[in-house]
Design a protein around this ligand. Structure first.
Ligand code: FES
Length: 155
């Protein structure tokens, strides 16, 4: 008899209703999760190509096909920034990533040097360090032209 009584008592208890506070906690939790995801996914995507190490091989660089002597273009090669430049001897390509802390260097055609805007490193036309804090030259990439198309290899 007492079991039946307890059973009835439990069944008669009202089911807890969601409160405004629990609903707001749920909404805030959802927005927090979306915000964290929106910040984390691009950060992981940024590191993904470096983690993969790239595929290597030749990449067609359409931006370089129409470069005139003295002109340059910054291009992406399998996730790596590079500068392709046409000089008197033909096309050359170098990493556009400063070897100091990774800022993008720019080609200054008047000075015939690569300049890093972050801490003033200067590289000569062959990528060698002229001045500034950069510890190493800009890596050179292989360039070839085949039937008017330009291919650059980062390996
Ligand atoms: S990142 Fe280029 S000089 Fe510091």
């Amino acid at each position: 008899m007492s079991n039946r009584f307890l059973g009835n008592t439990e069944m008669n208890e009202p089911t807890p209703q969601p409160t405004r506070r629990s609903f707001l906690d749920w909404v805030i939790g959802l927005f927090s999760a979306v915000t964290v995801g929106a910040m984390t996914i691009p950060a992981l995507a940024y590191f993904w190509p470096a983690a993969k190490g790239g595929k290597g091989g030749d990449v067609e660089v359409k931006e370089a096909a129409n470069l005139k002597p003295g002109e340059s273009a910054i291009v992406q090669l399998q996730g790596k920034a590079a500068i392709v430049r046409r000089d008197a001897s033909g096309l050359v390509a170098y990493s556009a990533v400063c070897t100091h802390l990774g800022c993008l260097v720019k080609w200054d055609g008047a000075r015939k040097e690569f300049l890093c805007p972050c801490h003033a490193a200067v590289f000569d036309a062959s990528g060698r360090v002229v001045s500034g804090p950069a510890p190493a030259p800009l890596p050179a990439y292989k360039v070839k032209e085949v039937s008017g198309k330009v291919f650059v290899s980062t390996t």
